[in-house]
Design a protein around this ligand. Structure first.
Ligand SMILES: [Cu+2]
Length: 180
């Protein structure tokens, strides 16, 4: 939690939606990303082979990254669909682009890092501008329009999913392009 930082970020964000990505700082990388300590409950899933049909499988669509302004940070948006009747959680993201990929949510126009994000049973998790998203800090290079960025989504139950992000123009928004 860092209310002051997130509020400042949110203010910057609301000014220029197109530059939403640059409005996001590394917030508090301390401690929060560790999460290694209290994992007691999740270990149970490893041995539980009960009903493999219950294991969710994720489908990802519309994955893109607006061309980042610089190599400091970038964001990613997509829709993650869970067609199973088992609810799951997005726990982490990895990518060759960055050693620090975070899952952010936006509440009351303030963005903050979260440890996991629900993917409801027979539902979807929408990562979109102004809402939840993936954020990459400290890029190893600056992707340009037309590039592809490979990421891997890690879930609590489902197998990891590899996703290719299309790098789009900075102002690209699929919601606009489908609207009349
Ligand atoms: Cu963010």
């Amino acid at each position: 939690m860092n209310a002051r930082t997130t509020r400042t970020l949110a203010a910057a964000l609301s000014l220029t939606a197109a530059l939403a990505i640059s409005g996001c700082s590394s917030s508090d990388a301390k401690g929060s990303s560790g999460s290694s300590g209290a994992e007691s409950s999740s270990n149970a899933s490893a041995g539980a082979q009960a009903g493999d049909s219950a294991k969710p499988k994720m489908t990802v669509s519309g994955a893109y990254m607006p061309e980042p302004v610089n190599d400091k940070m970038a964001g990613a948006f997509m829709v993650i669909k869970n067609d199973s009747k088992t609810a799951d959680k997005l726990l982490a993201v990895t990518t060759p682009l960055s050693d620090d990929a975070q899952v952010h949510e936006t509440k009351d126009q303030k963005m903050q890092q979260v440890q996991s994000m629900d993917v409801p049973a027979n539902g979807e998790l929408k990562l979109e501008r102004g809402g939840s998203h993936i954020m990459f800090m400290g890029l190893k290079n600056k992707p340009n329009v037309g590039d592809k960025v490979t990421i891997e989504l890690r879930f609590e139950k489902a197998d990891p999913v590899k996703v290719e992000l299309d790098v789009k123009e900075r102002t690209y928004n699929p919601q606009n392009s489908t609207a009349h």
